[in-house]
Design a protein around this ligand. Structure first.
Ligand code: PEP
Length: 251
């Protein structure tokens, strides 16, 4: 049985005041014990969130990390070891906004994945196709390529301590959501890709769906056999909405 995971990606949102309000809202939530819940604030607010959520079963993660595991001369970056020191347990790697806007490539994503894992962080590898790629019928090929970039370099067993998030780029922050069937097709293909190399990893790895998940569509998505939870952007900035999504993952 895979334990569902719901992670909130706050992206570049928040001020100390709005983060304090969101913490208050999260503290009031009834989080189902069978669901692992995490939030990923901007780095500046990680400590505020960790302190604010002390005693609450909500983990804190980061949205990005440096290519190198340890601290050193790399202006503006944050090392995975520093994220661990701060209290983070997981980190997103390869989010599509970083791939498309900041030009992050598979090779860098793979190095971040390895650096994070070497420090004990759980990498959440984000993969997904653009609208053009979907319309050209290339969805499965694109996603398989993004996954292979890590599997080929680090081996399939690296995914025994990692999470995959399938996030169609056309669904992120657009209000468009992949239908449960569209998402399931890709999730099943991802699991089959693992299965070809390791039945154990394929059975255990959690594959999250991300892309305009809301309370209204979460239950249907999470009801699909290969969808093990969600990576939630916009809707995670509202504690009540986020709580409803977490509860949908527990049903
Ligand atoms: C995301 O940024 O990972 C995401 C899924 O965003 P949204 O839920 O806003 O589409």
């Amino acid at each position: 049985m895979r334990r569902p995971l719901v992670a909130g990606n706050w992206k570049m949102h928040g001020t100390r005041a709005s983060v304090a309000e969101l913490i208050e809202g999260l503290r009031r939530l009834e989080v189902p014990a069978e669901v692992e819940v995490a939030v990923m604030p901007p780095c500046l607010y990680i400590n505020q969130v960790l302190v604010g959520l002390e005693g609450k079963a909500i983990a804190v993660g980061a949205q990005n990390c440096a290519l190198e595991p340890m601290q050193g001369a790399l202006t503006g970056e944050i090392a995975p070891s520093q994220l661990v020191d701060a209290g983070c347990g997981m980190v997103l790697v390869g989010h599509s906004e970083r791939r498309t806007i900041l030009g992050e490539r598979d090779e860098q994503v793979c190095r971040k994945f390895a650096a994070a894992q070497s420090c004990g962080l759980v990498p959440v590898l984000c993969v997904g196709e653009t609208l053009e790629e979907r319309q050209a019928g290339r969805t499965l090929e694109v996603v398989a390529g993004q996954l292979d970039a890590v599997i080929d370099e680090l081996g399939v067993d690296a995914f025994a301590r990692a999470v995959v998030a399938y996030e169609p780029v056309w669904a992120i922050g657009t209000g468009l959501t992949a239908s449960p069937q569209q998402a399931q097709e890709v999730h099943a293909a991802i699991r089959a890709q693992f299965q070809a190399q390791s039945a154990e990893v394929a059975q255990a790895v959690r594959i999250l769906y991300g892309g305009s998940v809301k309370a209204a569509n979460a239950a249907e998505l999470f009801g699909m056999p290969d969808i093990d939870g969600g990576l939630i952007g916009g809707a995670s900035l509202n504690a009540d909405e986020f709580g409803a999504i977490c509860r949908a993952a527990g049903n």
